[in-house]
Design a protein. Structure first.
Length: 373
């Protein structure tokens, strides 16, 4: 998109870049900033950083300014607000956080309202904070980006936000997620200590990921005479200890392997080495791991609710996440049914190709410029 007016300053809350082990919201923040930096000129980006983090490159320092602000409690409402008061950009973009109390015209990305659908999946204090901050951001922002039609429906239905105030901009998927060579897969399997045959799930260990039901469904995999283990990749989230207890109680002996957080560089091979992928979450605002699995050509199943059917289209099996028998039957089908495997292996990369970070950034930049104008 060409733009003839003099360059303006687009401020971006880059506080999520200081998180070491990135999950979906941090990945989104990094990817959107990286791709905005490539297409924003003649407008300039000013990325507000929490401490000494650095904006994701490559970028031109003439066009992207990294502005570190001191860390501390209430960083958004104290440090960032003070910056907005003293040297405000033309528009502020908040990709994965809260709109500061003092703010210019602001665009905020709201990822999900899962705490309303599954309140028991969050500690009570955390749930109250999420509700208050999301309500505030939805009200204070000039425009809202929702990462799925599902999240947009939730904002309209639960908080009464006008649909005209919300634009859906889907996530992208990094080009590194693609079918891999068998020799590379073998090497990564050895490095990570992975079993020869495994079903993979990726995501922060927390109640709404529904890992206990997925572990229980492994009994049907065992009953079918299959040697596969369930590999759970992801860092520990809230209420994880109760999730771990439930997994231990439900899973057949020695069939679950917890490998913790996996760095982005190894993630592509982790997907490629699996025989099947499962994300039977009770709720997802988008479900980036499902898209990454599809891009790798990995036969997958996802829950039939929230944003997951929207993201995978017809390129994955849909299951009722509360039905352990249905999850188990789908896992067995993903592994043993050659026709299903061939169809999903071909359909996954085609579906994933509809999503790109370049397109996400272009839509976001258009919204930011319209907000200035």
């Amino acid at each position: 998109m060409t733009h003839s007016s003099p360059s303006r300053v687009i401020g971006i809350d880059g506080s999520r870049l200081s998180v070491a082990d990135r999950t979906g919201t941090e990945t989104y923040t990094a990817q959107i900033i990286r791709h905005l930096a490539l297409i924003a000129p003649p407008d300039r980006l000013r990325v507000y950083l929490r401490g000494d983090a650095d904006p994701p490159g490559p970028y031109d320092p003439q066009l992207v300014e990294a502005r570190p602000l001191p860390t501390g409690r209430l960083w958004t409402h104290r440090r960032l607000s003070n910056e907005m008061r003293s040297d405000s950009p033309d528009v502020l973009f908040v990709p994965a956080h809260v709109v500061p109390v003092i703010h210019p015209a602001t665009v905020v990305t709201i990822h999900d309202l899962g705490y309303l659908h599954h309140p028991s999946s969050h500690p009570p204090a955390q749930r109250r904070v999420l509700d208050l901050t999301t309500r505030w951001s939805a009200k204070a922002a000039k425009h809202i980006i929702a990462i799925s039609e599902s999240t947009k429906r939730d904002l309209v239905g639960a908080y009464g936000v006008s649909p005209s105030k919300i634009t859906v901009v889907h996530h992208g998927v990094d080009p590194s997620f693609r079918p891999q060579q068998a020799s590379d897969i073998t090497e990564v399997r050895q490095i990570l200590g992975l079993p020869e045959k495994y079903i993979l799930t990726v995501g922060t260990v927390q109640p709404r990921k529904n890992l206990a039901n997925l572990a229980a469904a492994m009994k049907l995999v065992v009953a079918a005479g299959l040697p596969h283990r369930l590999v759970i990749a992801g860092k520990t989230g809230w209420l994880a200890s109760s999730v771990e207890r439930d997994i231990a109680a439900q899973a057949p002996a020695d069939r679950v392997v917890r490998i913790g957080y996996v760095a982005a560089d190894d993630l592509t091979m982790l997907y490629a080495g699996a025989d099947a992928f499962a994300l039977p979450s009770l709720y997802e605002g988008f479900g980036l791991p499902a898209l990454e699995a599809l891009a790798t050509g990995l036969p997958s199943l996802v829950a039939d609710r929230a944003a997951l059917p929207e993201v995978v289209g017809g390129a994955a099996l849909l299951v009722n996440p509360t039905d352990v028998e249905a999850i188990g039957a789908a896992l067995v089908r993903l592994i043993t049914d050659d026709a299903t495997r061939r169809h999903l292996t071909a359909a996954g990369p085609i579906q994933a190709a509809r999503y790109s970070w370049t397109a996400s950034a272009a839509s976001t930049l258009d919204i930011l410029r319209r907000t200035i104008d």
